[in-house]
Structures are given as structure tokens and as C-alpha cells.
Ligand binder design. Structure first.
Ligand code: GDD
Ligand code: MG
Length: 324
């Protein structure tokens, strides 16, 4: 079975981090977002097709250096074709029922169970559903008692939202779905899903965790979810006088030199946090150096960045690459 991974967005809300690397390569707990998606796929998926435009070389480079076990095929998408158009564009690689995943989420959905659900229901399409308080920034689905979707609307106004179950970005699709996608720019959610309702579209509700990592707050949230309630600290990374407020992860080769870390912080390999600095709710990527007496809150410090002594950084993403 083939799976199509949708990662074509520009990641504008994670700039300047996404000036340096495309969103799919942004590491979450030491692993790029796309590999979280790839590793969650059922065993029967033998090839992952990724339509790419923005920063294709960086993706190629990553795959060559890391050689994932699953076959991954990058396909050119020179102009963004939308979530439906991107799938239609790789039609020649698809040979039967297939899966599609939005590549920017961290999710506990069991995709083996999801495929079983799709087969049992026997519809043309199944989508995963997650419950939220405010469904307006998402695609919203209404279900009948057999879990068949009777209405779907992308990003309704809050007062028009007819359900609080939203599209969580994992689809199991029959090959015929491709016949319902036109040429050119097509939105899967706005144009294709509404047409599939009459052909049997089902929704699988799940719980556990789910987060779309497209913003600074949500990317930090993804680290928190995966860190759990304690985290882990590489013992040789911590020097005398350091204070660790769990949950915190400190990777090997990092140095916490008499600084206060946590809660909810992730310090990557070889990053250094200087004396009397205080890092809360933040992610420090590899080789970054935080000077002494600095305060970092709710922020993401990119690879190799140096933060001077006495700095105060609140709710920011800092990278050494600052433009396209
Ligand atoms: N190849 C390609 N081409 N991929 C694209 C394109 C495109 O033109 N546009 C978006 N994508 C990718 C994005 O990179 C992302 O991984 C995924 O498709 C979804 O697009 P987003 O731009 O992140 O959409 P969204 O988050 O506003 O809404 C989507 O996800 C929600 C859940 O997070 C929709 O599917 C909603 O219905 C859903 O609730
Ligand atoms: Mg998104």
C-alpha cells in the first residue's frame, strides 16, 4: 500500500526556523516531523510518496544522509497544487487503496486500527476525527450513529460549526477517490470531501493526543506531550548548582552549567546553557549557546545560535537565518 505525505506548505508561522529548514524537517524530540509521520504508518505501507516544492534539496539531503527503512519517493510539485491537487499529481504512483497524512502533526492515532475501521465500514473514504473546543480553524465533520459522515465543512465560522469533531489529517482512501479530484489547484477538504459524502465517507474518533505543529505554541506543545510527566536528563550534562524542574529533557553532550531548566523544556545535544540562566517552556536546538543570566520563556532557539549574557527572550523563535 502507498501513503502520500502532505508537507507542501511554507511553514510561515514557524519562521524564521522554516527559513533554514522546511517544516517537515523541524525536529521534535530529536526526530524530524516527517519521520514521526512515516514511522506511524502501518507495516503494509511499503512506499511513502512526498510531493515537494519548497526546499526539496534539503529533504533530499536529509533522506540521503539518514536512509530511512521505508522507501520514500519525493515527487516534484513546482507550484503548490493544494491538498487535493498534490495527491492527484502523484496518481501514477498509486496502485490501489491508499493513505494520506498531513505531515505536520503529532498524533497517537493507531493507523493499523484506522485501516481496519476503513475496511469494516467499506466506504470510499475514512478520516480520523479529534474533538476540540473551537473547531473553526479546522475541517468539521458531522456523524450519524454508524459513524458515517453526513456533513463536512472546512473552517466554518465558529457560530456555524455543527460539531466539535474535526478532521485530524489522516485519511484512508479507495483508488476511485482520484476520479473525484480535478486538475490544477484543488483543496481536498473544500472540494473533494463534500463530493465523497454520497459515496460513503466515515469518521473514526480517537483520543490520546493530537497536535498540529504549525505554530510556535503548538510545536512547543508537541514536545510537552511527548516528554510526558518526567522527561529524562543525561546525568553528565548537569553541573553543580543546576536546578532541574521536571518535565525536562536534556540530551547527551549538552551542558547545563549552573542554570535553571524547566518545567517543559528540551535541551538538545551539545547545547550549552550558562550560569544563572533560566529556561522555561522552551526548546534549545543542537549546538546553541545561551550565555549567563539569560531568561528564555516559551521560545525556540535554533541550531547554533548564540544568545548573549543577560538576554531576555519571551515567546520568540530565534535563528541565525533571518530571510528566504
Ligand atoms: N504538497 C502540498 N501541496 N502539500 C500541501 C499544500 C500544497 O499545495 N498545501 C498544504 N499542504 C500540506 C501542509 O504542509 C500540511 O502538512 C497539510 O497539507 C495540511 O495543510 P495546512 O496548511 O497545514 O492546513 P490546515 O492545518 O490549515 O488544515 C488542515 O489540517 C487540519 C488539521 O490540522 C485541513 O486538513 C483541516 O481540515 C484539518 O482539520
Ligand atoms: Mg496544518
Amino acid at each position: 500500500m502507498k501513503a502520500v505525505l502532505l508537507v507542501g506548505g511554507l511553514g510561515t508561522r514557524l519562521r524564521p526556523l522554516t527559513y533554514r529548514i522546511p517544516k517537515p524537517l523541524v525536529p521534535v524530540m530529536g526526530k524530524p516531523l516527517i519521520m514521526h509521520a512515516v514511522d506511524s504508518l502501518p507495516d503494509e505501507v511499503d512506499e511513502v510518496i512526498i510531493p515537494v516544492g519548497y526546499k526539496k534539496e534539503a529533504m533530499q539531503d536529509y533522506l540521503e544522509k539518514n536512509r530511512p527503512k521505508r522507501k520514500i519517493t519525493l515527487v516534484d510539485e513546482p507550484e503548490p497544487l493544494g491538498t487535493g491537487g498534490a495527491v492527484k499529481n502523484v496518481e501514477e504512483y498509486i496502485d490501489g487503496p491508499f493513505m494520506v497524512l498531513n505531515g505536520d502533526m503529532i498524533s497517537s492515532l493507531d493507523l493499523n486500527g484506522f485501516l481496519r475501521f476503513h475496511r469494516e465500514k467499506g466506504g470510499i473514504a475514512s478520516i480520523s476525527l479529534w474533538q476540540v473546543e473551537d473547531p473553526s480553524p479546522f475541517g468539521v465533520a458531522l456523524l450519524d450513529e454508524d459513524n458515517r459522515i453526513t456533513r463536512f465543512q472546512e473552517k466554518p465560522k465558529r457560530e456555524d460549526a455543527f460539531s466539535d469533531w474535526i478532521n485530524a489529517g489522516a485519511y484512508a482512501l479507495e483508488y476511485e477517490v482520484l476520479d473525484h479530484i480535478g486538475e490544477g489547484f484543488v483543496s481536498m477538504e473544500r472540494e473533494v470531501f463534500p463530493k465523497l459524502l454520497d459515496h460513503g465517507m466515515y469518521g473514526l474518533k480517537f483520543d490520546g493526543h493530537w497536535i498540529d505543529c504549525g505554530t510556535r505554541e503548538n510545536l512547543l506543545g508537541a514536545f510537552n506531550i511527548l516528554m510526558g510527566t518526567t522527561g529524562s536528563v543525561s546525568p553528565e550534562a548537569v553541573t553543580e548548582g543546576a536546578v532541574i524542574n521536571h518535565p525536562v529533557v536534556v540530551e547527551k553532550g549538552a551542558v547545563i552549567a549552573g542554570a535553571t531548566i524547566g518545567p517543559d523544556s528540551y535541551i538538545s545535544e551539545r547545547a550549552v546553557v550558562g550560569p544563572l540562566s533560566d529556561v522555561q517552556g522552551s526548546v534549545i536546538y543542537c549546538d546553541a549557546r545561551i550565555g549567563s543570566k539569560s531568561k528564555i520563556r516559551g521560545s525556540i532557539i535554533d541550531e547554533g545560535v548564540t544568545i548573549p549574557d543577560g538576554a531576555e527572550i519571551v515567546s520568540k523563535i530565534i535563528s541565525h537565518v533571518t530571510e528566504e
